[in-house]
Design a protein around this ligand. Structure first.
Ligand SMILES: [Zn+2]
Length: 106
């Protein structure tokens, strides 16, 4: 895995223009061949379970509201279950949730 940029996990003071821009970029990415190929693999990024492409949603690893960008490095296909979990759980609880799926996670 190559790292391009360090994404800072802080809440940014984002303006509405920034949010709109990133959401528009996400929409463009969702229409791209790159994204369609990712969906075609039918795998959730987080839990690794096989998921029907139509059941996968686009998730920002770092949410746009936290300064995350709509770039290929920050969006992943995500099943509904993980998507809901990520929205509802606190960051700590989300970490715990992910551990269930990754035996090498310590
Ligand atoms: Zn999942």
């Amino acid at each position: 895995m190559k790292r391009k940029k360090t994404i800072k996990p802080f809440a940014y003071d984002l303006g509405q223009d920034d949010l709109n821009r990133e959401r528009n970029k996400a929409r463009e990415l969702r229409d791209s061949q790159w994204w369609k190929r990712r969906l075609a693999k039918g795998t959730c990024h987080y839990c690794g379970r096989s998921t029907m492409p139509k059941e996968l949603t686009m998730d920002h690893i770092v949410p746009v509201s936290r300064g995350g960008k709509s770039t290929k490095g920050n969006v992943v296909p995500c099943c509904k279950e993980c998507n809901n979990a990520k929205k509802q759980l606190l960051p700590m609880e989300w970490e715990q949730y992910l551990k269930k799926f990754d035996p090498t996670y310590s």
